[in-house]
Design a protein around this ligand. Sequence first.
Ligand SMILES: Cc1cc2nc3c(=O)[nH]c(=O)nc-3n(C[C@H](O)[C@H](O)[C@H](O)COP(=O)(O)OP(=O)(O)OC[C@H]3O[C@@H](n4cnc5c(N)ncnc54)[C@H](O)[C@@H]3O)c2cc1C
Length: 400
Amino acid sequence: MANKLNIDLSKCVGCGACESACPFGAISLKDGKAAVNAETCRFCGSCVQACPVSAITMQKEEVKDAVDKSLYKGVWVYAEQRHGEISSVVYELLNKGSELAKTLNVSLSAILIGSNISAKAQDLINRGADKVYVYDDPILAEFQDDPYSCILADLIKEEKPEIVLMGATNIGRSFASRVAAKIYTGLTADCTALEIDPETRNLMQTRPAFGGNIMATILTPRHRPQMATVRHKVFKEAKVQEGRTGEVINKTVDAQKVINRTKFIGFFKDQTADVNISDADIIVSGGRGLGNPEGFKLIKELADLLGGAVGASRAAVDSDWIPYSHQVGQTGRTVAPKIYIACGISGQIQHMVGMSSSDTIIAINKDKDCPMMQTATYSLVGDLYEIIPAIIKEIKNIKG
Ligand SMILES: Cc1cc2nc3c(=O)[nH]c(=O)nc-3n(C[C@H](O)[C@H](O)[C@H](O)COP(=O)(O)OP(=O)(O)OC[C@H]3O[C@@H](n4cnc5c(N)ncnc54)[C@H](O)[C@@H]3O)c2cc1C
């Protein structure tokens, strides 16, 4: 059966609400009654909701599952590590993962791939993993997409988890898509919320869409596992429970199955990556309101006095006033500090999605009505070039 839109012409009053609601221009009034163009209709249901007299109904296509979903059980977290250091987003995913596993009444597993990393398995158990699958082999010393994705895809085929979560880091972003493609399942990148639909057991994966103007909830209803990457700092880290017990499953790498089309030459650390605003407790951020790159000297002076880090809006980054590693927002970092001080930043949605979880937001802006001032815990109305020096002076007085 295919999707079908039915219009009951005896009920239709020709009000045109459906025509205005259709985002695809697929429905219009003909002789005073609604008429649908079956070729352009995308069956989104907007007209059904908009019709005030319930004249439009939709018959949804019955789509069969692509796999036997009952065979897939368990929540997995990919325990990303680099040179033996577990990425902190993993602990955040273990926290959310254990909540999802509890709702589904299944176990939570972590997957650790690398060299000389077996000792880290207990850290993952202490943070909530019930099982840890470990691939510890010198050939895995440096992260490379090909071998890592071969290993994870094979393990997924073997063990059949229903959910696989990864950090939306540089590694996670490039790696997750390769794994998803190998196992023919969907992947939702950059999620900001994850919930379980109790009726279907589907993972509801929410992320900003259309340039951050709406939040879209995406499902993987027919395929398994359901894969999602999640940004750093979206969830709180799982607490450490010393001495927690769990199962460690040591796996061996089948070198014949591991394909590698690239050659590792060397690892060069990005120097700007030292600016780790994601972990700072206090962030002082500057935006276009600074007017020029020199303004960041003032921002840095305040940040240094408070023991914080310097953040920026994309407008400031795009103007080449400060490197990208400082950018907060949808296409920058997600941060959740105790105090976020936004100086000359208007608070467009793409900036807000990256910092709205901050405990306390202080905004300094000339425009008392801009979104940042409306959202802030404390709003200081005025010229930042008067307010920030006054704050700096006061802090220096207090510090002596
Ligand atoms: C797909 C997409 C992704 C994006 N991703 C991001 C992102 O990751 N991060 C991000 O920040 N933006 C992002 N943007 C851009 C975003 O939409 C805004 O353009 C940007 O955040 C605006 O930066 P701003 O607040 O610094 O500048 P503006 O919006 O121009 O605001 C400047 C503010 O400074 C105030 N001001 C001016 N002079 C002074 C003064 N002397 N004292 C005090 N206040 C003053 C003004 O009142 C104003 O409120 C994205 C946009 C798109 C389309």
